[in-house]
Ligand binder design. Structure first.
Ligand SMILES: [Zn+2]
Length: 626
């Protein structure tokens, strides 16, 4: 093999070597998803100079993390390096005579944009693809350039030479690329005539209104000159790393760096249980915990919430949840960590508060879970006082058998169910096995006192909650029914909440009770009077009022008593004028403690015109003294 061929082979090997970047994680504080990841590339380092690159990285990181605010938050960072060897050592110096031209990986060059000390790279696409080889970066890519001539610049990349001021230069450039900070130096221009800068550390306000929350602290005020202009623009502090090397970051710059890093880094780590959704069987205890990344020196405040309610005296990184007193179904447990670092005074995006939430489903091995799967009404067009069939099917999705499942129907004028809507009674499904469903059809009678209109006929399952369930939301359904007028015959029925059937009621002789008999006379002339009558001796043969009218009750001592007590405390509004809707609403407040034998009694009403002539009678309804 000739010397020439050997040389060619060596060059090929060197190029192959140069084309294989070496990826190293030099600072590992946790998963890339939980940390602020930075990548450092090297340019102008030959393969044999990788040790120098590693030393430069170490020197830079030691210097950076000695500076505030990086010193406080160093554990929030991961740092990776990607080393691609260059053919030549150093960078281009196009502004010297004769120009120095080097063959380097990313073509670093001084005098970028005509500024002698602006050291930046030309082959940005290769630098980007190399940076992408690292486990992660937050688009924070630093480039160390192996050249002793002072220089640095930042745009997509933060670039610095590796000489004596490297730490200062690169920390300054990082201020641009991490926190979007402005340069605070004021050369080479005069008056600034632009608009308000987006950067936090420069303003056209001569008092520095933008950083008013820092006024008077650590030398923060407003100093004219920034962003390459001597006048018309102000900076927060007389000096700052963003103005001069060797200076600390001023409070305004520091605050922005902290907010940016906190916006990326996760402070609630290793939440346990690891899954955000869990099921807990009542009455078990469940432990929740996490690792708190916020430095203790920042005085973090830990708050635990259950269903959004702050738990008193729970301020550590663990909490016991007792499910004994909790309802079945969905709940949330949250932990909030507030970083109270004095480095941030204004946190509009709330990056210093982090929350982790678990969705907890509390179950009960003894709980059924009922759900209406089908519901129909036949017919859906009917007259007042008519009957219809309501067929309902109920499934039991829960892990326990449901016994004595209460099924109730209501008639509501709207889609909201209340217990003062017309009650249409109840039925019971004796048992619904686990994973099965059962049907019940009830024939219900619409109240005479319903007015013609569209109603919603509701079916509700387990309204009283006697069967423990994780959720009652699927226990109600309704169907629309069109109710029409039922003719002119006067009727009497009870209109009490949760009372059905409408033609039978009872009160206790011992403790008394209240019922509300209602006269319905839809065709009665205005001014028609009603009178409620009572009997203790049955409805047959009844009391003949006229050749065409027989009141369906037998006149007896109870009838006399009722008339004597008319419109008193017991038979309230038992005599009066019908309202314009044809209704007469009486109330019987039956006193307790009466020494009577249990008796079936009845009520019926008669109608009179204004000259007290009988014009109608109603049906009788049962009123049992029991
Ligand atoms: Zn500053």
């Amino acid at each position: 093999m000739s010397f020439r061929a050997l040389a060619a082979l060596a060059t090929t090997c060197a190029m192959t070597l140069a084309q294989t970047p070496i990826v190293t994680t030099v600072l590992n504080n946790g998963t890339t998803t939980s940390r602020y990841d930075m990548v450092i590339l090297g340019d102008g380092y030959q393969a044999a100079e990788q040790t120098r690159f590693n030393q430069d990285v170490n020197t830079f990181l030691a210097g950076l993390f000695a500076k505030s605010p990086y010193s406080t938050f160093s554990i929030y960072f991961n740092v990776h390096t990607v080393f691609r060897a260059s053919v030549d050592s150093g960078a281009d110096h196009p502004d010297v005579v004769p120009p120095i031209v080097k063959n380097t990986a990313y073509s670093a060059s001084y005098n970028t944009g005509g500024t002698a000390r602006c050291l930046y790279i030309q082959n940005t696409s290769l630098a980007l693809s190399d940076a992408a080889l690292a486990p992660a970066n937050e688009s924070r890519i630093l480039v160390m350039v192996n050249d002793s001539r002072y220089g640095g610049c930042a745009s997509t990349f933060a670039v610095s030479y590796n000489g004596a001021s490297m730490v200062e230069v690169q920390s300054h450039e990082l201020g641009h690329s991490v926190a979007g900070l402005a340069d605070e130096y004021d050369y080479p221009n005069g008056l600034y005539t632009g608009t308000e800068p987006n950067q936090v550390n420069a303003t056209v306000s001569s008092v520095g209104q933008k950083w008013s929350h820092w006024w008077g602290t650590e030398g923060i005020s407003a100093f004219q000159g920034a962003m390459y202009h001597t006048t018309g623009i102000w900076r927060p502090r007389a000096d700052c790393l963003m103005r001069s090397l060797g200076q600390p970051n001023c409070a305004v710059c520091r605050e922005q760096i902290v907010r940016t890093v906190n916006g990326i880094a996760t402070t609630i780590l290793n939440p346990l249980p690891a899954s955000q959704s869990l099921t807990v069987a009542r009455p078990s205890l469940q432990v929740f915990s996490f690792t708190n990344l916020v430095p203790a020196a920042n005085n973090p405040l830990i708050t635990w919430l259950v269903d959004g309610v702050v738990q008193p005296n729970q301020n550590t990184s663990g909490m016991f949840l007792s499910t004994a007193g909790m309802t079945l179904g969905a709940h949330t447990v949250s932990v909030e960590v507030l970083d109270r670092t004095p480095l941030v005074r204004n946190d509009p995006a709330n990056v210093l508060r982090e929350t982790h939430t678990w969705n907890v489903s509390v179950t009960d091995p003894n709980a059924a879970s009922l759900r209406i799967t089908a519901n129909s009404v036949t017919p859906q067009l009917l007259l007042v006082g008519a009957e219809c069939d309501v067929a309902v099917t109920v499934a039991n999705d829960g892990p326990a058998i449901a016994n004595n499942v209460l099924i109730e129907q209501f008639l509501s004028v709207d889609t909201t169910l209340t217990t003062s809507d017309f009650y249409l009674g109840s039925g019971t499904i004796p048992q619904i096995a686990v994973g099965s469903q059962q049907s019940l059809t009830r024939r219900v009678k619409l109240p005479w006192s319903a007015v013609p209109r569209v109603y919603q006929l509701f079916t509700q399952v387990n309204r009283l909650g006697t069967i423990s369930e994780p959720s009652m939301l699927d226990n109600v359904q309704y169907r629309s029914v069109l109710v029409q007028t039922g003719g002119c015959a006067p009727k009497l029925e009870y209109r009490d909440d949760l009372h059905y059937p409408k033609d039978t009621a009872g009160v206790s002789l011992q403790s008394g009770g209240i019922v509300k008999p209602t006269v319905i006379a839809p065709c009665a002339a205005p001014g028609t009077l009603y009178l409620l009558a009572w009997t203790c001796s049955g409805t047959q043969p009844g009391l003949v009022l006229s050749p065409t009218l027989t009141l369906p009750l037998n006149f007896d001592a109870c009838t006399t008593t009722g008339l004597e007590l008319l419109n008193g405390n017991v038979f309230q509004l038992a005599f009066g004028a019908l309202a314009t809707n044809g209704l007469g609403n009486a109330t019987i407040a039956f006193p307790g403690g009466l020494s009577l034998l249990p008796t079936p009694t009845h009520l019926a009403a008669l109608l009179l015109d204004s000259s007290l002539q009988f014009v109608g009678v109603t049906n009788a309804i049962a009123f049992n003294l029991q």
